[in-house]
Design a protein around this ligand. Structure first.
Ligand code: ATP
Ligand code: MG
Length: 577
Protein backbone atom coordinates (compact mmCIF):
# COMPACT_ATOMS: atom_id res chain seq x y z
CA UNK A 1 0.00 0.00 0.00
CA UNK A 2 1.49 3.36 -0.88
CA UNK A 3 1.16 6.39 1.36
CA UNK A 4 0.21 8.65 -1.50
CA UNK A 5 -1.91 8.13 -4.56
CA UNK A 6 -0.98 11.38 -6.21
CA UNK A 7 1.30 10.02 -8.87
CA UNK A 8 -0.43 6.74 -9.55
CA UNK A 9 -2.91 7.85 -12.15
CA UNK A 10 -1.45 9.14 -15.36
CA UNK A 11 -4.86 9.18 -17.04
CA UNK A 12 -6.52 11.57 -14.67
CA UNK A 13 -8.66 14.29 -16.21
CA UNK A 14 -6.68 17.29 -15.05
CA UNK A 15 -4.13 16.06 -17.52
CA UNK A 16 -6.85 15.97 -20.14
CA UNK A 17 -7.30 19.68 -20.75
CA UNK A 18 -9.83 18.93 -23.47
CA UNK A 19 -12.47 17.86 -20.95
CA UNK A 20 -15.87 19.34 -21.63
CA UNK A 21 -19.31 18.36 -20.42
CA UNK A 22 -20.55 18.19 -23.97
CA UNK A 23 -17.95 15.61 -24.85
CA UNK A 24 -18.75 13.74 -21.64
CA UNK A 25 -22.46 13.86 -22.49
CA UNK A 26 -21.67 12.26 -25.82
CA UNK A 27 -20.65 9.11 -23.90
CA UNK A 28 -24.29 8.57 -22.89
CA UNK A 29 -26.17 5.94 -24.84
CA UNK A 30 -28.57 7.55 -27.32
CA UNK A 31 -31.84 5.68 -26.95
CA UNK A 32 -33.30 7.49 -29.94
CA UNK A 33 -33.56 11.19 -30.85
CA UNK A 34 -30.95 12.09 -28.24
CA UNK A 35 -32.92 10.59 -25.42
CA UNK A 36 -31.21 8.78 -22.57
CA UNK A 37 -31.97 7.07 -19.27
CA UNK A 38 -29.93 7.18 -16.07
CA UNK A 39 -30.72 3.56 -15.25
CA UNK A 40 -29.63 2.47 -18.72
CA UNK A 41 -26.15 3.80 -17.98
CA UNK A 42 -25.95 1.98 -14.67
CA UNK A 43 -27.36 -1.38 -15.79
CA UNK A 44 -28.56 -2.04 -19.39
CA UNK A 45 -25.38 -0.67 -20.87
CA UNK A 46 -23.36 -3.48 -19.30
CA UNK A 47 -25.56 -6.31 -20.48
CA UNK A 48 -23.65 -7.11 -23.68
CA UNK A 49 -20.20 -7.06 -22.11
CA UNK A 50 -18.14 -8.84 -19.49
CA UNK A 51 -19.51 -6.68 -16.67
CA UNK A 52 -22.93 -8.38 -16.91
CA UNK A 53 -21.69 -11.38 -14.96
CA UNK A 54 -19.63 -9.40 -12.49
CA UNK A 55 -21.00 -8.90 -8.98
CA UNK A 56 -22.84 -5.58 -8.85
CA UNK A 57 -23.87 -5.71 -5.20
CA UNK A 58 -22.67 -7.55 -2.16
CA UNK A 59 -25.23 -7.34 0.61
CA UNK A 60 -24.41 -7.78 4.26
CA UNK A 61 -27.36 -8.20 6.57
CA UNK A 62 -27.53 -7.02 10.13
CA UNK A 63 -26.96 -10.55 11.39
CA UNK A 64 -24.33 -11.77 9.00
CA UNK A 65 -21.01 -10.66 7.65
CA UNK A 66 -21.25 -13.16 4.80
CA UNK A 67 -22.28 -11.31 1.70
CA UNK A 68 -25.08 -12.19 -0.71
CA UNK A 69 -23.76 -11.46 -4.21
CA UNK A 70 -25.99 -10.13 -6.99
CA UNK A 71 -24.63 -9.84 -10.51
CA UNK A 72 -25.22 -6.92 -12.82
CA UNK A 73 -27.45 -9.16 -14.92
CA UNK A 74 -29.50 -10.32 -11.94
CA UNK A 75 -29.95 -6.75 -10.70
CA UNK A 76 -30.95 -5.63 -14.18
CA UNK A 77 -33.55 -8.43 -14.42
CA UNK A 78 -34.93 -7.56 -11.02
CA UNK A 79 -35.14 -3.86 -11.90
CA UNK A 80 -36.89 -4.79 -15.16
CA UNK A 81 -39.41 -6.81 -13.22
CA UNK A 82 -40.08 -3.85 -10.97
CA UNK A 83 -40.52 -1.58 -14.02
CA UNK A 84 -43.00 -4.10 -15.43
CA UNK A 85 -44.90 -4.14 -12.15
CA UNK A 86 -45.24 -0.35 -12.29
CA UNK A 87 -46.42 -0.58 -15.90
CA UNK A 88 -48.96 -3.27 -14.98
CA UNK A 89 -50.33 -1.11 -12.19
CA UNK A 90 -50.80 1.81 -14.55
CA UNK A 91 -48.09 3.97 -13.04
CA UNK A 92 -47.05 6.57 -15.61
CA UNK A 93 -43.65 8.02 -16.45
CA UNK A 94 -43.11 11.30 -14.63
CA UNK A 95 -45.02 10.11 -11.56
CA UNK A 96 -43.11 9.93 -8.32
CA UNK A 97 -42.07 6.78 -6.52
CA UNK A 98 -40.86 7.05 -2.92
CA UNK A 99 -38.56 4.50 -1.34
CA UNK A 100 -38.61 3.94 2.41
CA UNK A 101 -36.61 0.88 3.28
CA UNK A 102 -33.52 -0.50 4.91
CA UNK A 103 -30.68 -1.24 2.54
CA UNK A 104 -32.01 -4.49 1.08
CA UNK A 105 -31.63 -5.82 -2.49
CA UNK A 106 -35.10 -4.91 -3.75
CA UNK A 107 -34.65 -1.27 -2.72
CA UNK A 108 -31.94 -1.14 -5.38
CA UNK A 109 -34.13 -2.99 -7.88
CA UNK A 110 -37.03 -0.61 -7.18
CA UNK A 111 -34.77 2.42 -7.54
CA UNK A 112 -33.48 1.44 -10.97
CA UNK A 113 -36.79 -0.11 -12.02
CA UNK A 114 -38.71 3.08 -11.31
CA UNK A 115 -36.12 5.10 -13.22
CA UNK A 116 -36.20 2.69 -16.16
CA UNK A 117 -39.95 3.30 -16.30
CA UNK A 118 -39.39 7.08 -16.38
CA UNK A 119 -40.60 7.74 -12.84
CA UNK A 120 -39.00 10.19 -10.41
CA UNK A 121 -37.54 8.43 -7.40
CA UNK A 122 -37.26 9.86 -3.89
CA UNK A 123 -35.38 7.94 -1.24
CA UNK A 124 -36.29 8.56 2.39
CA UNK A 125 -34.35 7.63 5.50
CA UNK A 126 -35.87 4.51 7.02
CA UNK A 127 -35.06 5.91 10.46
CA UNK A 128 -37.39 8.87 9.95
CA UNK A 129 -40.38 8.91 12.25
CA UNK A 130 -43.95 8.86 10.88
CA UNK A 131 -44.28 12.65 10.84
CA UNK A 132 -41.27 13.52 8.66
CA UNK A 133 -42.32 10.75 6.28
CA UNK A 134 -45.87 12.06 6.05
CA UNK A 135 -44.60 15.63 5.53
CA UNK A 136 -42.37 14.61 2.66
CA UNK A 137 -45.12 12.54 1.10
CA UNK A 138 -47.43 15.54 1.24
CA UNK A 139 -44.84 17.81 -0.34
CA UNK A 140 -43.81 15.41 -3.11
CA UNK A 141 -47.16 13.66 -3.74
CA UNK A 142 -45.85 10.28 -4.84
CA UNK A 143 -48.13 7.87 -6.69
CA UNK A 144 -46.25 4.91 -5.25
CA UNK A 145 -44.56 4.18 -1.95
CA UNK A 146 -42.11 1.29 -1.85
CA UNK A 147 -41.51 0.14 1.70
CA UNK A 148 -41.31 -2.93 3.92
CA UNK A 149 -44.11 -4.54 5.89
CA UNK A 150 -42.50 -3.59 9.20
CA UNK A 151 -41.89 0.05 8.27
CA UNK A 152 -45.38 0.31 6.83
CA UNK A 153 -47.02 -0.91 10.01
CA UNK A 154 -44.86 1.26 12.26
CA UNK A 155 -44.59 4.47 10.32
CA UNK A 156 -47.13 4.71 7.52
CA UNK A 157 -50.33 2.81 8.32
CA UNK A 158 -51.67 5.45 10.72
CA UNK A 159 -51.74 8.38 8.31
CA UNK A 160 -51.84 6.86 4.85
CA UNK A 161 -55.65 7.06 4.54
CA UNK A 162 -55.48 10.83 4.43
CA UNK A 163 -53.17 10.94 1.41
CA UNK A 164 -55.21 10.46 -1.77
CA UNK A 165 -52.28 10.90 -4.20
CA UNK A 166 -50.73 7.64 -3.01
CA UNK A 167 -52.31 5.00 -5.23
CA UNK A 168 -50.00 2.07 -4.52
CA UNK A 169 -48.05 0.86 -1.52
CA UNK A 170 -45.63 -1.87 -2.60
CA UNK A 171 -43.93 -3.97 0.07
CA UNK A 172 -40.45 -5.34 -0.55
CA UNK A 173 -38.21 -7.59 1.52
CA UNK A 174 -40.76 -10.35 2.09
CA UNK A 175 -44.30 -10.06 3.42
CA UNK A 176 -45.98 -12.13 6.15
CA UNK A 177 -49.40 -10.70 5.61
CA UNK A 178 -49.97 -7.71 3.35
CA UNK A 179 -51.95 -5.08 5.30
CA UNK A 180 -55.09 -3.79 3.54
CA UNK A 181 -54.24 -1.34 0.77
CA UNK A 182 -50.75 -2.74 0.18
CA UNK A 183 -49.31 -5.30 -2.22
CA UNK A 184 -46.45 -7.73 -1.94
CA UNK A 185 -44.05 -6.38 -4.57
CA UNK A 186 -41.87 -9.51 -4.42
CA UNK A 187 -44.74 -11.73 -5.57
CA UNK A 188 -45.75 -9.28 -8.28
CA UNK A 189 -42.16 -9.10 -9.52
CA UNK A 190 -41.95 -12.88 -9.72
CA UNK A 191 -45.05 -12.95 -11.93
CA UNK A 192 -43.89 -10.49 -14.61
CA UNK A 193 -41.24 -10.66 -17.31
CA UNK A 194 -37.57 -9.88 -16.64
CA UNK A 195 -37.45 -8.03 -19.96
CA UNK A 196 -38.24 -4.37 -20.15
CA UNK A 197 -37.30 -1.80 -22.77
CA UNK A 198 -35.83 0.99 -20.69
CA UNK A 199 -37.72 4.14 -21.52
CA UNK A 200 -35.91 6.84 -23.50
CA UNK A 201 -36.11 10.12 -21.58
CA UNK A 202 -35.16 13.69 -22.37
CA UNK A 203 -31.78 14.58 -20.89
CA UNK A 204 -33.54 17.26 -18.84
CA UNK A 205 -36.43 15.09 -17.63
CA UNK A 206 -36.63 14.78 -13.83
CA UNK A 207 -35.29 11.55 -12.35
CA UNK A 208 -34.64 12.14 -8.66
CA UNK A 209 -36.17 14.30 -5.97
CA UNK A 210 -33.85 14.59 -3.00
CA UNK A 211 -34.56 16.28 0.27
CA UNK A 212 -31.60 18.20 1.73
CA UNK A 213 -30.19 17.29 5.12
CA UNK A 214 -32.06 20.01 7.01
CA UNK A 215 -28.89 21.21 8.74
CA UNK A 216 -29.87 24.85 8.40
CA UNK A 217 -33.65 24.63 8.38
CA UNK A 218 -36.58 22.86 6.78
CA UNK A 219 -35.34 20.37 4.17
CA UNK A 220 -35.76 21.45 0.57
CA UNK A 221 -36.74 19.08 -2.24
CA UNK A 222 -34.03 19.33 -4.92
CA UNK A 223 -34.92 18.04 -8.39
CA UNK A 224 -32.35 16.29 -10.58
CA UNK A 225 -32.52 15.17 -14.20
CA UNK A 226 -31.45 12.13 -16.24
CA UNK A 227 -28.28 13.63 -17.66
CA UNK A 228 -26.96 14.02 -14.08
CA UNK A 229 -25.66 10.50 -14.53
CA UNK A 230 -22.74 11.76 -16.56
CA UNK A 231 -21.57 13.81 -13.59
CA UNK A 232 -21.94 10.81 -11.30
CA UNK A 233 -19.96 8.71 -13.73
CA UNK A 234 -17.02 11.01 -14.31
CA UNK A 235 -16.73 12.23 -10.73
CA UNK A 236 -16.70 8.58 -9.64
CA UNK A 237 -13.48 8.35 -11.59
CA UNK A 238 -12.03 11.82 -11.09
CA UNK A 239 -12.79 12.26 -7.40
CA UNK A 240 -13.13 8.71 -6.02
CA UNK A 241 -10.71 6.94 -8.34
CA UNK A 242 -13.29 4.25 -9.19
CA UNK A 243 -12.10 1.68 -11.71
CA UNK A 244 -13.90 -1.35 -13.14
CA UNK A 245 -13.46 -4.31 -10.82
CA UNK A 246 -12.96 -2.23 -7.69
CA UNK A 247 -14.66 -3.35 -4.52
CA UNK A 248 -16.20 -0.13 -3.34
CA UNK A 249 -17.98 0.73 -0.13
CA UNK A 250 -20.00 3.91 0.34
CA UNK A 251 -21.24 4.07 3.92
CA UNK A 252 -23.96 6.66 3.27
CA UNK A 253 -27.61 5.64 3.37
CA UNK A 254 -29.56 6.19 0.14
CA UNK A 255 -31.81 8.43 2.27
CA UNK A 256 -29.45 11.24 1.43
CA UNK A 257 -27.85 12.15 -1.84
CA UNK A 258 -24.43 10.58 -1.27
CA UNK A 259 -26.13 7.23 -0.84
CA UNK A 260 -27.70 7.47 -4.31
CA UNK A 261 -25.17 9.41 -6.41
CA UNK A 262 -22.23 7.44 -4.99
CA UNK A 263 -23.96 4.57 -3.20
CA UNK A 264 -25.99 3.43 -6.23
CA UNK A 265 -25.33 5.22 -9.51
CA UNK A 266 -21.61 6.03 -9.92
CA UNK A 267 -20.35 2.62 -8.71
CA UNK A 268 -22.53 0.81 -11.23
CA UNK A 269 -21.88 3.07 -14.23
CA UNK A 270 -18.21 2.46 -13.47
CA UNK A 271 -18.48 -1.32 -13.28
CA UNK A 272 -17.41 -1.73 -9.66
CA UNK A 273 -18.68 -4.18 -7.06
CA UNK A 274 -20.60 -2.25 -4.45
CA UNK A 275 -20.65 -3.38 -0.84
CA UNK A 276 -23.91 -2.59 0.97
CA UNK A 277 -24.21 -3.05 4.71
CA UNK A 278 -27.67 -3.08 6.22
CA UNK A 279 -26.41 -2.36 9.74
CA UNK A 280 -25.52 0.93 11.38
CA UNK A 281 -22.08 2.14 12.43
CA UNK A 282 -20.05 -0.15 14.62
CA UNK A 283 -16.28 0.29 14.66
CA UNK A 284 -15.39 -3.37 14.87
CA UNK A 285 -17.94 -4.38 12.25
CA UNK A 286 -16.68 -1.71 9.89
CA UNK A 287 -13.08 -2.87 10.11
CA UNK A 288 -14.29 -6.43 9.56
CA UNK A 289 -16.11 -5.35 6.41
CA UNK A 290 -13.10 -3.47 5.05
CA UNK A 291 -10.97 -6.54 5.73
CA UNK A 292 -13.26 -9.44 4.77
CA UNK A 293 -14.69 -7.81 1.66
CA UNK A 294 -11.23 -6.61 0.60
CA UNK A 295 -12.61 -3.13 -0.04
CA UNK A 296 -10.38 -1.10 -2.38
CA UNK A 297 -12.19 2.25 -2.41
CA UNK A 298 -13.97 3.55 0.65
CA UNK A 299 -16.19 6.65 0.80
CA UNK A 300 -17.35 7.72 4.24
CA UNK A 301 -17.96 10.79 6.40
CA UNK A 302 -16.10 12.80 9.03
CA UNK A 303 -18.43 11.74 11.86
CA UNK A 304 -17.66 8.09 11.19
CA UNK A 305 -13.94 8.76 10.92
CA UNK A 306 -13.99 10.66 14.21
CA UNK A 307 -15.85 7.76 15.84
CA UNK A 308 -13.18 5.36 14.59
CA UNK A 309 -10.48 7.68 15.90
CA UNK A 310 -12.22 7.71 19.25
CA UNK A 311 -11.77 3.93 19.48
CA UNK A 312 -8.01 4.29 19.18
CA UNK A 313 -5.59 2.80 16.65
CA UNK A 314 -5.40 -0.76 18.07
CA UNK A 315 -8.69 -1.92 16.59
CA UNK A 316 -7.68 -0.69 13.14
CA UNK A 317 -4.28 -2.33 13.40
CA UNK A 318 -5.85 -5.65 14.39
CA UNK A 319 -7.35 -5.88 10.88
CA UNK A 320 -5.81 -6.45 7.48
CA UNK A 321 -6.75 -3.36 5.51
CA UNK A 322 -4.20 -3.87 2.78
CA UNK A 323 -6.76 -4.09 -0.05
CA UNK A 324 -7.59 -0.40 0.39
CA UNK A 325 -6.30 1.93 -2.31
CA UNK A 326 -8.32 5.13 -1.93
CA UNK A 327 -10.17 6.73 0.98
CA UNK A 328 -12.55 9.65 0.63
CA UNK A 329 -14.81 11.68 2.90
CA UNK A 330 -17.74 14.03 2.46
CA UNK A 331 -20.54 15.78 4.29
CA UNK A 332 -18.71 18.04 6.66
CA UNK A 333 -15.28 19.54 6.73
CA UNK A 334 -12.65 16.91 7.40
CA UNK A 335 -10.35 18.07 10.14
CA UNK A 336 -6.63 17.81 9.31
CA UNK A 337 -6.27 15.51 12.35
CA UNK A 338 -8.46 12.97 10.58
CA UNK A 339 -6.41 13.08 7.38
CA UNK A 340 -3.22 12.42 9.35
CA UNK A 341 -4.86 9.68 11.37
CA UNK A 342 -5.81 7.87 8.17
CA UNK A 343 -2.24 8.02 6.96
CA UNK A 344 -0.79 6.82 10.26
CA UNK A 345 -3.29 4.21 11.31
CA UNK A 346 -4.83 2.90 8.07
CA UNK A 347 -1.82 3.64 5.92
CA UNK A 348 -3.69 5.95 3.52
CA UNK A 349 -4.88 9.52 3.88
CA UNK A 350 -8.53 10.49 3.54
CA UNK A 351 -9.39 12.64 0.52
CA UNK A 352 -11.96 15.24 1.49
CA UNK A 353 -14.44 16.36 -1.13
CA UNK A 354 -17.20 18.93 -1.18
CA UNK A 355 -20.65 19.00 -2.72
CA UNK A 356 -24.32 19.46 -1.86
CA UNK A 357 -27.68 17.89 -2.54
CA UNK A 358 -28.17 20.74 -4.99
CA UNK A 359 -24.99 20.05 -6.98
CA UNK A 360 -25.95 16.39 -7.37
CA UNK A 361 -22.33 15.29 -7.52
CA UNK A 362 -18.83 16.04 -6.26
CA UNK A 363 -17.67 19.51 -7.29
CA UNK A 364 -14.44 20.09 -5.38
CA UNK A 365 -12.11 17.34 -4.28
CA UNK A 366 -8.70 16.35 -3.08
CA UNK A 367 -8.48 14.46 -6.33
CA UNK A 368 -6.32 11.38 -6.82
CA UNK A 369 -4.07 13.37 -9.17
CA UNK A 370 -3.39 16.12 -6.62
CA UNK A 371 -1.35 16.21 -3.45
CA UNK A 372 -3.71 16.39 -0.47
CA UNK A 373 -3.80 19.56 1.57
CA UNK A 374 -5.16 18.44 4.93
CA UNK A 375 -8.08 20.63 5.98
CA UNK A 376 -8.79 21.72 2.39
CA UNK A 377 -11.67 20.54 0.20
CA UNK A 378 -9.27 20.30 -2.74
CA UNK A 379 -9.73 21.69 -6.24
CA UNK A 380 -12.67 21.72 -8.65
CA UNK A 381 -13.12 18.61 -10.73
CA UNK A 382 -12.67 18.98 -14.50
CA UNK A 383 -15.55 20.85 -16.04
CA UNK A 384 -16.36 22.72 -12.84
CA UNK A 385 -15.54 26.37 -12.44
CA UNK A 386 -15.59 27.46 -8.82
CA UNK A 387 -14.90 30.90 -7.42
CA UNK A 388 -15.19 32.96 -4.28
CA UNK A 389 -17.48 35.98 -4.45
CA UNK A 390 -18.69 38.95 -2.44
CA UNK A 391 -21.93 40.85 -2.74
CA UNK A 392 -21.43 44.02 -4.74
CA UNK A 393 -23.78 46.83 -5.71
CA UNK A 394 -25.36 44.91 -8.58
CA UNK A 395 -25.00 41.31 -7.64
CA UNK A 396 -21.95 39.27 -6.87
CA UNK A 397 -18.36 40.19 -7.67
CA UNK A 398 -15.77 37.46 -8.05
CA UNK A 399 -12.77 37.86 -5.76
CA UNK A 400 -9.63 37.28 -7.76
CA UNK A 401 -6.97 37.65 -5.08
CA UNK A 402 -6.18 34.50 -3.11
CA UNK A 403 -6.92 33.83 0.55
CA UNK A 404 -9.99 36.06 0.76
CA UNK A 405 -13.13 34.74 2.36
CA UNK A 406 -16.32 34.92 0.33
CA UNK A 407 -19.28 32.87 -0.78
CA UNK A 408 -18.41 29.78 -2.77
CA UNK A 409 -20.03 30.04 -6.21
CA UNK A 410 -20.12 27.62 -9.16
CA UNK A 411 -20.54 28.42 -12.85
CA UNK A 412 -23.84 26.97 -14.09
CA UNK A 413 -24.00 24.24 -16.68
CA UNK A 414 -22.80 20.96 -15.16
CA UNK A 415 -25.25 18.12 -15.82
CA UNK A 416 -26.11 17.18 -12.22
CA UNK A 417 -27.05 20.70 -11.18
CA UNK A 418 -30.48 20.72 -9.53
CA UNK A 419 -33.25 22.14 -11.68
CA UNK A 420 -35.58 23.33 -8.99
CA UNK A 421 -36.70 23.20 -5.37
CA UNK A 422 -40.07 21.51 -5.42
CA UNK A 423 -42.84 24.11 -4.97
CA UNK A 424 -40.28 26.82 -4.14
CA UNK A 425 -39.52 28.67 -7.35
CA UNK A 426 -38.57 31.90 -5.67
CA UNK A 427 -36.11 30.18 -3.40
CA UNK A 428 -34.58 28.42 -6.38
CA UNK A 429 -34.26 31.67 -8.31
CA UNK A 430 -32.46 33.27 -5.40
CA UNK A 431 -29.74 30.64 -5.63
CA UNK A 432 -28.48 32.15 -8.86
CA UNK A 433 -26.86 35.35 -10.00
CA UNK A 434 -26.59 35.36 -13.79
CA UNK A 435 -24.30 32.47 -14.66
CA UNK A 436 -23.40 31.59 -11.11
CA UNK A 437 -24.93 29.28 -8.55
CA UNK A 438 -24.55 30.59 -4.98
CA UNK A 439 -23.84 27.71 -2.63
CA UNK A 440 -24.55 29.35 0.73
CA UNK A 441 -21.14 28.19 1.98
CA UNK A 442 -18.18 30.45 2.70
CA UNK A 443 -14.74 29.50 1.49
CA UNK A 444 -11.38 30.87 0.51
CA UNK A 445 -9.12 29.83 -2.34
CA UNK A 446 -5.38 29.74 -1.82
CA UNK A 447 -2.79 30.84 -4.35
CA UNK A 448 -2.49 27.29 -5.71
CA UNK A 449 -6.20 26.91 -6.37
CA UNK A 450 -7.17 24.78 -3.36
CA UNK A 451 -10.45 25.70 -1.70
CA UNK A 452 -10.82 25.88 2.09
CA UNK A 453 -14.19 25.62 3.78
CA UNK A 454 -14.93 28.41 6.26
CA UNK A 455 -18.52 27.65 7.22
CA UNK A 456 -22.08 27.97 6.10
CA UNK A 457 -23.14 31.56 5.70
CA UNK A 458 -25.64 30.82 8.51
CA UNK A 459 -23.04 29.42 10.92
CA UNK A 460 -20.30 31.97 10.59
CA UNK A 461 -19.53 33.94 13.75
CA UNK A 462 -18.85 37.67 13.69
CA UNK A 463 -16.74 38.63 16.65
CA UNK A 464 -15.10 42.04 17.14
CA UNK A 465 -14.76 42.58 13.42
CA UNK A 466 -13.49 39.04 12.73
CA UNK A 467 -15.32 36.53 10.61
CA UNK A 468 -14.84 33.20 12.36
CA UNK A 469 -15.64 29.87 10.74
CA UNK A 470 -16.67 27.20 13.26
CA UNK A 471 -14.62 24.61 11.38
CA UNK A 472 -11.33 26.36 12.08
CA UNK A 473 -12.04 26.46 15.81
CA UNK A 474 -13.33 22.88 15.89
CA UNK A 475 -10.24 21.63 14.09
CA UNK A 476 -7.95 23.33 16.61
CA UNK A 477 -9.83 21.72 19.50
CA UNK A 478 -9.61 18.33 17.81
CA UNK A 479 -5.85 18.50 18.01
CA UNK A 480 -6.16 17.96 21.75
CA UNK A 481 -5.79 14.26 22.54
CA UNK A 482 -8.86 14.27 24.81
CA UNK A 483 -11.29 15.68 22.25
CA UNK A 484 -13.51 13.41 20.20
CA UNK A 485 -15.77 15.98 18.62
CA UNK A 486 -16.44 19.70 18.81
CA UNK A 487 -19.29 21.97 17.73
CA UNK A 488 -18.79 25.71 17.78
CA UNK A 489 -21.36 28.53 17.77
CA UNK A 490 -21.53 32.29 18.28
CA UNK A 491 -23.30 33.67 21.33
CA UNK A 492 -24.32 37.34 21.57
CA UNK A 493 -21.92 39.62 23.40
CA UNK A 494 -22.43 43.29 24.16
CA UNK A 495 -18.89 44.30 23.35
CA UNK A 496 -17.79 41.95 20.56
CA UNK A 497 -21.15 41.38 18.90
CA UNK A 498 -20.63 37.66 19.26
CA UNK A 499 -18.16 35.46 21.05
CA UNK A 500 -17.24 31.87 20.36
CA UNK A 501 -18.61 29.03 22.45
CA UNK A 502 -17.53 25.42 21.96
CA UNK A 503 -19.31 22.20 22.87
CA UNK A 504 -16.96 19.28 23.20
CA UNK A 505 -17.28 15.51 23.58
CA UNK A 506 -14.37 13.51 24.98
CA UNK A 507 -12.60 10.30 24.06
CA UNK A 508 -12.94 7.44 26.53
CA UNK A 509 -10.68 7.74 29.58
CA UNK A 510 -10.78 11.53 29.87
CA UNK A 511 -12.57 13.46 32.58
CA UNK A 512 -14.57 16.59 31.94
CA UNK A 513 -13.14 18.89 34.59
CA UNK A 514 -11.83 22.40 35.08
CA UNK A 515 -8.25 21.39 34.37
CA UNK A 516 -9.16 19.96 30.99
CA UNK A 517 -11.24 23.01 30.21
CA UNK A 518 -8.26 25.19 30.94
CA UNK A 519 -5.96 23.10 28.85
CA UNK A 520 -8.39 23.26 25.90
CA UNK A 521 -8.77 27.01 26.18
CA UNK A 522 -4.99 27.30 26.31
CA UNK A 523 -4.52 25.20 23.19
CA UNK A 524 -7.19 27.13 21.31
CA UNK A 525 -5.66 30.50 22.23
CA UNK A 526 -2.24 29.35 21.21
CA UNK A 527 -3.50 27.98 17.87
CA UNK A 528 -6.06 30.61 16.98
CA UNK A 529 -5.21 33.74 18.94
CA UNK A 530 -7.40 35.24 21.63
CA UNK A 531 -9.80 36.95 19.20
CA UNK A 532 -10.85 33.69 17.55
CA UNK A 533 -10.45 31.18 20.40
CA UNK A 534 -13.60 30.19 22.31
CA UNK A 535 -14.45 32.11 25.44
CA UNK A 536 -16.44 29.21 26.83
CA UNK A 537 -16.14 25.47 26.56
CA UNK A 538 -18.87 23.14 27.66
CA UNK A 539 -18.56 19.35 27.83
CA UNK A 540 -21.31 17.19 26.40
CA UNK A 541 -21.93 13.45 26.13
CA UNK A 542 -22.91 13.94 22.52
CA UNK A 543 -23.64 16.62 19.96
CA UNK A 544 -26.89 16.94 18.00
CA UNK A 545 -26.46 15.56 14.51
CA UNK A 546 -28.46 15.14 11.36
CA UNK A 547 -29.17 11.63 10.12
CA UNK A 548 -26.56 12.21 7.47
CA UNK A 549 -24.04 12.81 10.23
CA UNK A 550 -23.67 16.59 10.33
CA UNK A 551 -23.33 18.52 13.55
CA UNK A 552 -26.46 20.68 13.88
CA UNK A 553 -24.91 23.93 15.04
CA UNK A 554 -28.19 25.79 14.60
CA UNK A 555 -29.72 23.51 17.25
CA UNK A 556 -26.79 23.95 19.66
CA UNK A 557 -27.30 27.68 19.23
CA UNK A 558 -31.08 27.65 19.55
CA UNK A 559 -30.86 25.61 22.75
CA UNK A 560 -28.13 27.80 24.14
CA UNK A 561 -30.09 30.98 23.49
CA UNK A 562 -33.54 29.60 24.25
CA UNK A 563 -34.72 30.18 20.67
CA UNK A 564 -37.25 28.02 18.78
CA UNK A 565 -35.62 24.77 17.74
CA UNK A 566 -37.00 24.82 14.20
CA UNK A 567 -37.41 21.78 11.96
CA UNK A 568 -36.02 18.71 13.72
CA UNK A 569 -37.21 16.09 11.26
CA UNK A 570 -33.68 15.10 10.28
CA UNK A 571 -32.25 15.13 13.81
CA UNK A 572 -30.62 11.81 14.63
CA UNK A 573 -32.50 10.08 17.40
CA UNK A 574 -35.05 12.89 17.17
CA UNK A 575 -38.33 11.64 15.79
CA UNK A 576 -37.15 8.05 15.74
CA UNK A 577 -39.38 4.95 15.66
P1 ATP B 1 -29.82 22.03 4.42
O1 ATP B 1 -29.47 22.60 3.08
O2 ATP B 1 -31.16 21.41 4.47
O3 ATP B 1 -29.56 22.98 5.54
P2 ATP B 1 -27.38 20.57 4.21
O4 ATP B 1 -26.84 21.78 3.53
O5 ATP B 1 -26.54 19.99 5.31
O6 ATP B 1 -28.83 20.81 4.73
P3 ATP B 1 -26.65 18.69 2.22
O7 ATP B 1 -26.94 19.08 0.84
O8 ATP B 1 -26.78 17.27 2.60
O9 ATP B 1 -27.63 19.44 3.14
O10 ATP B 1 -25.18 19.11 2.60
C1 ATP B 1 -24.40 20.00 1.85
C2 ATP B 1 -23.60 20.88 2.78
O11 ATP B 1 -22.74 20.07 3.60
C3 ATP B 1 -22.67 21.81 2.06
O12 ATP B 1 -23.32 22.98 1.63
C4 ATP B 1 -21.62 22.09 3.13
O13 ATP B 1 -22.06 23.08 4.04
C5 ATP B 1 -21.52 20.75 3.85
N1 ATP B 1 -20.40 19.95 3.30
C6 ATP B 1 -20.47 18.88 2.50
N2 ATP B 1 -19.26 18.39 2.23
C7 ATP B 1 -18.39 19.18 2.86
C8 ATP B 1 -16.96 19.21 2.97
N3 ATP B 1 -16.20 18.30 2.39
N4 ATP B 1 -16.42 20.19 3.70
C9 ATP B 1 -17.20 21.12 4.29
N5 ATP B 1 -18.52 21.14 4.25
C10 ATP B 1 -19.12 20.19 3.53
MG1 MG C 1 -27.71 23.05 2.15
Amino acid sequence: MSGSTAQDNPNQPSRTPSFSWDRARAQLTDLGKGRINLAYEALDRHMDGPTADRTALRFLTRDSLVAEAISYRALNDRANRFANVLATLGVRPGERVYGLSQRIPDLYAAFFGAIKHGCVFTPLFPAFGPEPIRQRVEIGEPAVLVTTERLYRRKVADWVQGVPCLREVLLIGGVDEAPPGTRDAGTLMDEVSPDYATRPMDAGAPVLLHFTSGTTGTPKGALHVHEAVITHHVTGQYALDLRPGDVYWCTADPGWVTGTSYGMIAPLTNGTTLVVDEAEFDAERWYRILQDQAVSVWYTAPTAIRMLMRQGPELARAHDLSALRFLASVGEPLNPEAVHWGREVIGLPFHDNWWQTETGGIMIANRPDLAIRPGSMGQPIPGIEAAVARQGEDGIELIEEPDQTGELVLKKGWPSMFRGYLHQEERYRKCFDDDWYLTGDLARRDADGYFWFIGRTDDVIKSAGHLIGPFEVESALLEHPAVAEAGVIGVPDEVAGETVKAFVTLKPGHTADKALQKSLLGLARQRLGPAVAPRQIEFRDELPRTRSGKIMRRLLRARELGLPEGDLSTLEGGSNE
